[in-house]
Design a protein around this ligand. Structure first.
Ligand code: UDX
Length: 442
């Protein structure tokens, strides 16, 4: 098929490259001329594992353009993958989706199927269909919602190996066409109406975020009891009714989806008089988790003024350079406000918006003479932190605050036997070479 894609964000590019890989010819449009120019010459504006080779292998089936006419004249099915960022009130800003729909409708000379992949509040697809069909009587536009469940860093894998494919459309013909498009994938296909598909996406993201906040809430209690949250998570996760995924305690979730989508659905529900208390609490617990972690660091350092504090990891999770809503932002702002000398190292992030944070260019220079070392993102590279040569680089009897429970307590204990070390994590007992359990701060 000849397929159009509007938007070269990570959803648009991964969708385009994957559809091309299945043999389709794909026309990709974006209003950002510099991004299109970069793509035309083989560059990629985002970092996403596996995307570059997939784009290059399928280059002959991909056309990048900022010419709307080209996409519209060539394609009968167009996917909208533009962003739906949070507006100043926490609602989903639909302007990019609406402008893509208007552009398509204004210039079309034949009937089109328009598939919204962007995450949009329930009712949006129907509204966009009305907007498009009002523009002209020459063409007919049928809309569908086909949400994506891609994780950044694993988006290509997720697109090729989906747990399910959701097709939300009231038009039976559209349902059948999209079903045949996805027949090349080995995954259950759920057919529903567009509104249900839209809510389903928010419900899925909220549920996952709720699982994280749930375990983080229990970790706050575990901290006080001196119990081990990782054992607790493993123990409850073994119950298949609960499942072990998304039960890793840490300093909280970030990223371009969870924080924004939870706010958006909370707001969309409030607009029609429905309260979603789980959603608000999920966000509140997430915020509190970051605050409690900062308070722990502050309590340890007493006066943080002029202390060298090293943050390891800035991206919202490993294997991405994305810092949107990353816990590193709020934490570093708080530390800078305390007068600490904050140095950070991340394998991919080079630009960081918090003033006063020094970005180190190597892991080794970042930790050298560090008084407090904080793991913010669990990049594999940081596993080497417990090697004796690295412990020696930090200030004597260093302290590590592990915001991701990256190390097992056994690993830390064995390192602490070789070299003096203090270690604090999330919802687990402290470890100290001094051997004073639950009281390292002497
Ligand atoms: C998420 C959804 O997983 C995906 O289906 C949806 O399409 C977009 O949003 P993503 O934001 O890429 O994907 O990241 P994800 O891997 O889900 O992690 C989100 C955040 O939760 C990260 O900050 C991560 O560190 C945190 N997290 C995840 C935890 O703190 N604990 C966990 O157990 C899992």
């Amino acid at each position: 098929m000849k397929l159009g894609i509007f938007g070269v964000g990570y959803v648009g590019l991964v969708t385009a490259a994957s559809l091309a890989d299945k043999g389709h010819t794909v026309f990709i449009h974006d209003t950002a001329k510099e991004k299109i120019a970069a793509l035309q010459s083989g560059g990629i504006p985002i970092f996403e594992d596996g995307l570059e080779p997939l784009l290059h292998q399928n280059f002959n089936r991909l056309s990048f353009t900022h010419d709307v006419h080209k996409v519209i004249s060539e394609c009968d099915i167009i996917f909208i993958c533009t962003g739906t960022p949070q507006d100043e009130n926490g609602k989903a800003d639909l302007s990019q989706v609406e402008s893509a729909v208007n552009e398509i409708a204004r210039h079309s000379l034949s009937d089109k199927i328009i598939v919204i992949k962007s995450t949009v509040p329930p009712g949006t697809t129907e509204k966009m269909e009305q907007i498009a069909n009002k523009q002209t009587s020459d063409s007919n536009f049928s809309f569908a919602h086909n949400p994506e469940f891609l994780r950044q860093g694993k988006a290509v894998y997720d697109f090729m190996n989906p747990s399910r494919i959701i097709i939300g459309a009231s038009d039976k013909k559209v349902q059948e066409i999209l079903k045949s498009l996805y027949s090349a994938w080995d995954a259950p296909i759920l057919q529903t109406d567009a509104r249900s598909a839209e809510l389903l996406k928010y419900a899925a993201n909220s549920f996952l975020a709720m699982k994280i906040s749930y375990i983080n809430m229990i970790s706050q209690l575990s901290d006080q009891l001196g119990t081990n949250i990782d054992d607790i998570a493993s123990g409850i996760g073994l119950d298949p009714r609960i499942g072990s995924d998304f039960l890793k305690a840490g300093i909280g979730f970030g990223g371009s989806c969870f924080p924004k989508d939870l706010k958006a659905i909370e707001n969309a529900a409030a607009d029609i008089g429905v309260e979603l208390p789980f959603i608000g609490q999920t966000l509140d617990i997430n915020e509190k988790q970051g605050e409690l972690f900062f308070e722990k660091i502050k309590a340890y350092g007493k006066d943080l003024k002029n202390k060298k504090i090293t943050l390891l990891g800035l991206s919202f999770k490993p294997n991405t350079d994305d810092i949107r809503s990353a816990p590193s932002i709020v934490l570093s702002e708080k530390l800078v406000n305390e007068g600490a000398r904050v140095t950070a190292f991340d394998p991919l992030v080079r630009d960081f918006p918090v003033e006063g944070v020094h970005i180190a260019h190597s892991f080794e220079s970042a930790i050298t003479d560090s008084e407090i070392t904080v793991i913010v993102t669990e990049w594999d590279d940081f596993k080497k932190l417990l090697l004796v040569e690295n412990i020696r680089r930090m200030k004597q009897q260093p302290v590590i605050f592990d915001g991701r429970n990256m190390f097992t307590l056994e690993e830390v204990k064995s390192a602490a036997e070789q070299y003096p070390l203090n270690y604090e994590s999330i919802g687990r007992p402290q470890v100290s070479s001094l051997g004073v359990k639950n009281q390292i701060f002497v």
